[in-house]
Write a protein that binds this ligand. Sequence first.
Ligand SMILES: Cc1cc2nc3c(=O)[nH]c(=O)nc-3n(C[C@H](O)[C@H](O)[C@H](O)COP(=O)(O)OP(=O)(O)OC[C@H]3O[C@@H](n4cnc5c(N)ncnc54)[C@H](O)[C@@H]3O)c2cc1C
Length: 400
Amino acid sequence: MIVIGAGPAGAAAAIQAARGGASVRVFDKAPYGRDKVCGDGLTPRAVAALNELKIDMSDAHRIAGLRMIANKTVRELPWPSGTKFPNHGAVWPRRRLDASLIDAAGEAGAEVIWETEALPEIDDGRVVGVNAGGTKHTADMVVVATGAPGAVGRMLGAERVADEPFGLAIRTYAASPRHASEHLEACLTLKDENGVPVPGYGWMFPAGDGTVNIGVGALSTMKGFKKLNLNNLLESYRGLVQDDWELGPNLERPRAWRLPMSSQKRHGDGWVAIGDAAGLVNPMNGEGIDYGLESGMVASDLFLENPATAPERYDVEVGERFDAFLRTGRRFSFLIGHPWILRSGLRLAVGTEAIANITLQVMGNLVDSETPGVSGMVFRTTDRALGLADPILRRTRATA
Ligand SMILES: Cc1cc2nc3c(=O)[nH]c(=O)nc-3n(C[C@H](O)[C@H](O)[C@H](O)COP(=O)(O)OP(=O)(O)OC[C@H]3O[C@@H](n4cnc5c(N)ncnc54)[C@H](O)[C@@H]3O)c2cc1C
C-alpha cells in the first residue's frame, strides 16, 4: 500500500496497515517535523481514536471540558460521560502529535519518505501506484491523505463540491499564565468589522506548555465571506480575551488554511481518499483530526481484508459512519449563515445548562449510537427537519 501524505490521516492508515502485516510506503512533500496550521484540539472522540491506535498520550495536555461563551453567558461544561468515548479530550500541538503518529507508523514497519511529492500513476482509469520524485512505485492501493484538496484531488476528481459550504480558520500561539487550564474555550459570538455576526467561533486552546493556541474560524455560508479578513477577525477576538488570559505577544505570524467539508469522490479503482482529502471535517466545529484517524483506520482494515474490494467497501463504510452527520452539519451551516437565525439559535443553544450540554454532545459528534439518549433524539429530529428543509435552505442561503 502507498500512502500520500503523512498527516494524522495518512499516519493512521500506515500504522494500521503495517501492524496488520502489509508492506507500506508513505510519501510526504514536507520535511519531518512539519507543522500543520491547526487549533490542536482533540475531542473525546479523537482521544478514543488515538487510544485505538495505541498512541501514548502522556505528552498531550488533558482537557476536562468546554467553556462556551455567547455574549455574557458563560457555561463551563464537562465532556459527556457514560458514552463509549472517554470523558476527556486533549490539546496536543500538531508538531508533536503528528510526529508521535508517524513515528508509530515507522515503528510498525512503514517506510516513510520525506520531502518527496507523490502523484498518482493512472493506467486506463485505474490508479496503479505513484510517481514520486521521478520514480514510479506500484501498489495494490493508493491512499490519498493529502489534506485540503490540491493537485492530487484535481487529478482524481476528488475536489470540493462547489455548492457545499467550507470553512477558513487562522491561528497563532501566545504565552499565557492560564496555559494549564483544563477547558477549551470557544466564543460563539464573533462579529466582523461591520458588526455582522460570523458563523464560526474564536478559540483559546490551552496547550499546557506555557502557551495557548488562539484562533478563529468562519463558515463560507455567511454574507460577505469573500471579503472577511481573518487577520482582523483574529485581532478583534484577541482584544476580547487579552486581559482574561494575560496574553503575551503572538509567538508566530498567524497562519490560515482551508477546512474542506465535502468531496465529489472519495474512492475509485485502486485508490481511496481519507481525512481532509475526502472532505471529512465536522462543519459544526471544524474538527478534522478524528475523522482523519478514523477514516485512515477503516481504509486499512478493509485493505487488509481484500485490496481489490477495499475502495468500494470503504466508500460505503465511511458513508454509514459519517455521511448523515456531516450532511446535517452542512445544512446547519446554511442556517446559521443568516445572522438573525444565528443570534436566536445561540440564545437557545446556551440558554440553559441542560441544552448547552446537548449542544456540546451533538456538535462534537459525541452521541453514542448504542446509547443515544436525549442528544441522539435531538440529532435525529434535527437531521429529519433539516433534510426536509434542504431545498429551502439552499435557495435562501445568506450568500445567494
Ligand atoms: C486553523 C485551523 C484550526 C483547526 N483546528 C482543529 C482542531 O482544533 N481540531 C481538529 O480536530 N481539527 C482542526 N482543524 C482541521 C485539521 O487541521 C485537519 O482536519 C487535519 O489536519 C486533517 O489531517 P489530514 O491528515 O487529512 O491532512 P493534513 O494534516 O493536512 O496532512 C496532509 C499531508 O499531505 C502532504 N501532501 C499533500 N500533497 C502531497 C503530495 N502530492 N505528495 C506528498 N505529500 C503531500 C502535506 O505535506 C501534509 O503533510 C483545523 C484546521 C485549521 C485550518
